[in-house]
Design a protein around this ligand. Structure first.
Ligand SMILES: [Zn+2]
Length: 441
């Protein structure tokens, strides 16, 4: 099957980040066959769609998320101890395969509508996440969390590894869903466990490893107290600082840490909004990128960041670097779009297959309508996308040549059912909040 999208403002996100006016892209089956400008060559039997000048660009990549936590969005905001007061007790009580399925489907719906085609997740009952991502037609890296704090799906570390083994067995060789292992963080996954993950990863070189790293002041204190090291040093001591490690946050990294991370060829998922909302600080994104570390733009979970809208991250991503540099120059708009596409793909080790519109790559792309009043006039399409773009400007989403959304209608999920299921689970959370408040105050 051949599909040609013509008359596009084409942003292939190839290395020079060109803007191709009157551009076209030809999709054969699930791959991109060719791109160009002007009138596309005629292909017998092809479906040709004139997109009327709309942007066609690669589907965006969100390299750090906890999809099922959509169901906790907005719960207990501005309560200082909300993690211990609400979240951890509720996770222990309510996180089940059903809850994960409902929350992940809500997240998938939001991600697709916002033009995100690939997401990296770390949570519990992760096989459920993989199944929802598959059903939604998205691409995902689904990470089974391993942690010491008696999380909802594994009472022991052995049980966590067993779940990971089942996840890998279920999705090995899947074209869109990549199983992953996710030791939670240096302070919540003992160094011996991280070392066990490292040895496990030696035997599973194709399985990406995800971790929260150098995120919090309390983590710095914990690492100093227990190991006399900074978080990056603890992970290195555990043998886990290695190619294929996806590090979320990385706020507290100094020049030495950055050099060690670059030498080890790890990658970084930057969560500007969720870091800011928790008052944690600003990650040195420019310094990390200068050192050669790929840095992608992530939302974090919707409890920490409230939204899975990548557009809403773009402003903070560039503004925070400008604040650090006391200048307009840091983090130009074109670099923000690069991070949201090809660099995000590099963070997940998938840049050979996705992240740019180049012949031979998977046909993962989005169409963006620029006619909204909040977008006009357009002088620099990258500036428009970074400072003015919104999820509702995305009209069409294609993954591996398949329409996930067409004319703003999601094709792979039933939005009404997804919402109904999510709200049904959330109603129990509301009742529990009331109960907790009544017993605590
Ligand atoms: Zn996180």
């Amino acid at each position: 099957m051949t599909l040609i999208l013509a008359n596009a403002t084409l942003l292939p996100c190839s290395p020079a980040m060109p803007v191709i006016g009157n551009g076209w892209v030809r999709i054969e089956g699930e791959t991109i066959a060719a791109i160009g400008s002007g009138t596309p060559p005629t292909v017998p039997g092809a479906e040709v769609i004139d997109v009327g000048g709309d942007v066609i660009m690669p589907g965006m990549v969100n390299p750090h998320c906890h999809m099922a936590m959509t169901l906790f969005r907005g719960l207990g905001e501005d309560v200082d101890d909300r993690l211990y007061r609400y979240v951890l007790p509720m996770e222990r009580k309510f996180v089940t395969p059903d809850m994960v399925r409902a929350g992940t489907a809500l997240a998938a719906l939001e991600l697709i509508r916002g033009g995100v085609t690939t997401v990296a997740d770390m949570y519990y009952f992760e096989a459920e996440v993989g199944r929802v991502v598959d059903r939604a037609g998205m691409r995902g890296v689904v990470g089974q969390t391993i942690a010491d704090f008696n999380p909802p799906d594994h009472a022991t570390i052995d049980a966590g590894f067993a779940l990971t083994g089942e996840l890998v067995a279920e999705f090995a060789g899947h074209p869109r869903v990549t199983p992953s292992i996710a030791p939670h963080a240096p302070y919540s996954t003992d160094i011996a466990v991280m070392n066990r993950v490292a040895r496990w990863a030696d035997d599973h070189p194709d399985v990406p490893v995800q971790i929260h790293l150098a995120e919090m002041d309390s983590e710095m204190e914990w690492c100093a107290k227990h190991h006399g090291l900074r978080p990056v040093g603890v992970v290195a001591k555990a043998g886990l600082l290695r190619r294929g490690l996806i590090c979320a946050h990385c706020l507290h990294v100094d020049d030495e840490d950055i050099a060690a991370m670059a030498a080890a060829a790890v990658t970084v998922a930057h969560n500007a909004r969720s870091n800011a909302k928790a008052g944690r600080g600003i990650a040195p994104v420019e310094a990390m990128r200068r050192a050669g570390l790929p840095v992608g733009i992530a939302t974090d979970g919707p409890m920490s960041g409230n939204t899975l809208d990548l557009f809403s991250q773009f402003g903070p991503v560039t503004m925070f670097q400008k604040l650090l540099g006391h200048s307009r120059k840091p983090m130009p708009v074109v670099e923000v779009v690069r991070m949201a596409t090809i660099e995000g793909a590099r963070v997940l080790g998938m840049d050979a297959r996705i992240g740019s519109l180049e012949p031979g790559k998977q046909a993962d792309l989005v169409r963006i309508d620029l006619s909204g009043p909040h977008l006009q006039p357009v002088y620099d399409v990258y500036a428009t996308l970074v400072y003015c773009g919104m999820p509702q400007d995305v009209t069409d989403v294609i993954v591996a040549g398949r329409w996930l959304m067409r004319n703003r209608e999601v094709q792979t999920l039933e939005p009404k059912k997804v919402l109904r299921d999510a709200l049904q689970v959330a109603s129990a959370f509301k009742a529990e909040m009331v109960r907790i408040d009544a017993t605590r105050d």
